[in-house]
Ligand binder design. Structure first.
Ligand code: SAM
Length: 328
């Protein structure tokens, strides 16, 4: 039986990670990071391994077939391995963005940036980099340089490996994104935001969207930080909770938006993608205000159909195309 290139690369990553996990007494996810690094460098970087183990690993890497693979195939194989690792140690705010959402964001960012040849892209909650690289693979007709930030060092390492294996230029920062960011302004932001309270009240005090009492919402502060680092006229795409505009902080958010951005769209994702109603999300699309840029005649609002309903999806995409014709 022949295996697909994605399955083959997954098997190489999986087999080698299992060996490394055992030999280095680390988690499977850490072993994936080590293995990906070996694969990228074409060498075994863990000096503590015996010559025999190094030979076993080399043999497996020689079957990876990386050179003849497309970037999307490499991303998917790595995604499968990371998903396996995350099953062991899942924390809701650290989960990889589901592929269906990544694909849809990739479609949307392509539409909104149609005229641009060069872009600078930021994901301030890059995690494993799966969402970012999905979008980058969809923007293949442009020259894109990107910046990613995350507080979790293992996830940053996985993002670095994914970008290297897919040959995407990526600048990475392992830090709290709500601390000062030393980056040049970007044309585009995409992010699956961490949702919840931000524990650092002192830092939150620097933000217009801080809460007047108690901890602030980190997703609100992330939006403000992202807008701050976006060029005027640039677009921002966020995955936000459906109840974003229903919290007690919503009034402040509305006021902030009125002053700094135009809301371009709010697309509610199908319920089937989420565990429950509470974790359901929408895509919020913003444009940072610029002197000669007008707001859209009408905000793009929709409840996205389930992806398993191709007819409804087709209708929805036709409606969106119409919106783009009238507004972009
Ligand atoms: N899109 C990512 C992917 O495909 O893997 C998943 C993003 S996940 C939903 C949210 C990320 O926010 C997590 O990786 C978490 O470590 C990060 N995060 C949470 N609080 C943060 C903070 N204050 N600064 C930077 N990153 C943070």
């Amino acid at each position: 039986m022949t295996v697909s290139p994605i399955e083959n690369l997954f098997n190489v990553l999986d087999d080698t990670a299992l060996i490394l996990q055992e030999e280095l007494s680390c988690t499977y996810l850490e072993a994936i990071a080590e293995s990906g690094e070996n694969l990228f460098h074409g060498d075994i970087l863990q000096d503590e391994l015996t010559e025999l183990t190094k030979k076993r690993l080399q043999k497996k890497y020689s079957d990876a077939g990386l050179d003849s693979m497309e970037k999307e195939q490499i991303r998917k194989a790595l995604q499968l391995a990371i998903l396996k690792g995350m099953k062991e140690s899942s924390q809701p705010n650290h989960q990889m963005t589901p592929d269906a959402i990544g694909m849809f964001l990739s479609y949307l960012t392509g539409k909104f940036t149609k005229g641009s040849k060069e872009l600078r892209l930021l994901d301030p909650a890059i995690g494993t980099g799966n969402l970012l690289t999905t979008v980058l693979n969809g923007l293949a007709d442009k020259k894109v340089s990107s910046v990613g930030v995350d507080v979790d060092d293992l996830l940053v390492k996985l993002a670095y490996i994914g970008a290297n294996l897919q040959k995407h230029p990526l600048e990475l920062f392992n830090q709290d994104s709500l601390e000062p960011l030393f980056i040049d302004p970007v044309d585009l932001v995409i992010s699956d935001l961490p949702v919840g309270y931000y524990p650092n009240d002192l830092r939150a005090a620097d933000y217009e969207l801080k809460s007047d009492k108690g901890h602030s919402y980190s997703h609100h502060l992330f939006i403000e930080q992202s807008v701050k680092h976006t060029k005027h006229g640039g677009y921002l795409f966020f995955l936000v909770p459906n109840h974003l505009f229903e919290s007690e902080e919503a009034k402040k958010l509305h006021g902030y938006f009125k002053e700094h951005v135009y809301i371009q769209g709010l697309l509610q994702l199908p319920m089937s993608l989420f565990k429950n109603e509470h974790s359901a999300k929408s895509i919020l699309i913003l444009q940072k205000k610029k002197e000669d840029v007008k707001p859209p005649k009408e905000v793009l609002m929709a409840n996205m159909p389930s992806l398993s309903n191709p007819k409804a999806m087709e209708n929805m995409l036709a409606k969106m195309d119409q919106w783009f014709k009238e507004n972009k």
